[in-house]
Write a protein that binds this ligand. Structure first.
Ligand SMILES: O=C(O)CCC(=O)C(=O)O
Ligand SMILES: [Fe+2]
Length: 311
């Protein structure tokens, strides 16, 4: 379907300065963030978790990372589905990615970096460990805003304790003349919240509830914050987990996606269930859901979340 050009995603200011400027500004952020998740499943966030020069350094490191020989990159392996090195393959031949699991943990970042650069790369370790932790802070703040907005903040601490962050680095090469411009095909994310950062190249698009697609144009100084299927299930279907895709427009694109996954069983708070909102999903195991999706049949089923844990 064509892009609906006149609608743009909300841009929300989540800087400390705004959020700390008074109770009203926090309450307002709570409302607009929750409304954006319900209507679009995502929004663009302006933040001050790291200065914009950090983005330049991140993407310059990624250039070096992706330029490493294939035999080095394939050493990024994992037992977890959707983790580890993903090489270009039929239908996703512009896409290449690598992943650090548990990236807020310095040892995990060092393990990854030591595989890529056996002669050590301290700058990479410091930069990405710090980045992952700053983005984690943003993620926790955003989930807190939503938990409070739904009046279920008493579950937030336990949620935060359950989250683990995977950081995925992605490179999309420019399509050749005879190739399709699909960077990533339409999909929903299979986690709680995803926070995305890109170099100066747009290409991400999101599907609105009416079926039309809109581009998400955002500078490296802001991020896209997106709900995944697990967040939607937790909220008893209030939060929308949007289909999104990447369409290439002639320039190499790099992005960094930080996925918040839940280690503990995710249960819909009883406060979010009533006669008007009957329970939609049984308690769900996020990594169990990933394993469920690792067969083609389950992955391609029209509503995998419902198939996995629908009531
Ligand atoms: O590269 C992007 O902007 C989006 C990547 C994405 O949707 C994903 O990795 O799930
Ligand atoms: Fe995605």
């Amino acid at each position: 379907m064509e892009c609906a050009s006149n609608i743009r995603l909300p841009v929300i200011n989540l800087t400390e300065e705004i959020l700390r400027s008074g109770k009203d500004s926090w309450t307002e952020a709570r409302n607009i963030v929750t409304r954006a998740f319900e209507e679009y499943g995502c929004f663009i966030a302006v933040h001050d978790k790291y200065p914009s020069e950090v983005s330049d350094s991140l993407f310059s490191e990624l250039q070096d990372l992706f330029n490493l020989p294939l035999e080095i990159k394939v050493q990024n392996t994992s037992q977890t589905p959707l983790s580890g090195y993903a090489r270009p393959r039929p239908n996703v031949n512009l896409y290449e990615s690598m992943c650090i699991e548990d990236a807020t943990n310095l040892e995990a970042v060092e393990k990854f970096a030591n595989q890529m650069w056996p002669s050590k790369n301290n700058h990479f370790c410091e930069l990405f460990h710090c980045y992952a932790n700053q983005v984690a802070e943003l993620d926790k703040m955003v989930s807190k805003l939503v938990f409070e907005s739904y009046g279920v903040e008493k579950y937030h601490e336990s949620h935060v304790g359950s989250v683990t962050y995977n950081v995925r680095f992605i490179r999309y090469r420019v399509p050749e003349q005879n190739e399709m411009n699909v960077g990533v095909a339409p999909h929903t994310d299979k986690n709680f919240i995803t926070i995305l950062q890109q170099n100066e190249t747009d290409g991400l698009e999101v599907q609105l509830k009416n079926g039309s697609w809109i581009p998400i144009d955002f500078p490296p100084s802001s991020v896209v914050i997106m709900a995944g299927d697990v967040f939607s299930a937790w909220s008893n279907g209030r939060v929308h987990s949007p289909f999104h895709r990447v369409t290439m427009n002639g320039k190499e694109r790099h992005s960094i996606a930080q996925f918040a996954y839940c280690k503990k069983l995710v249960e819909t708070p009883t406060e979010l269930v009533d006669d008007e909102h009957p329970l939609l999903y049984k308690p769900l195991d996020n990594f169990g859901y990933l394993r469920f999706l690792s067969t083609d049949d389950n992955f391609n089923t029209p509503n995998p979340l419902k198939a996995y844990c629908g009531v």
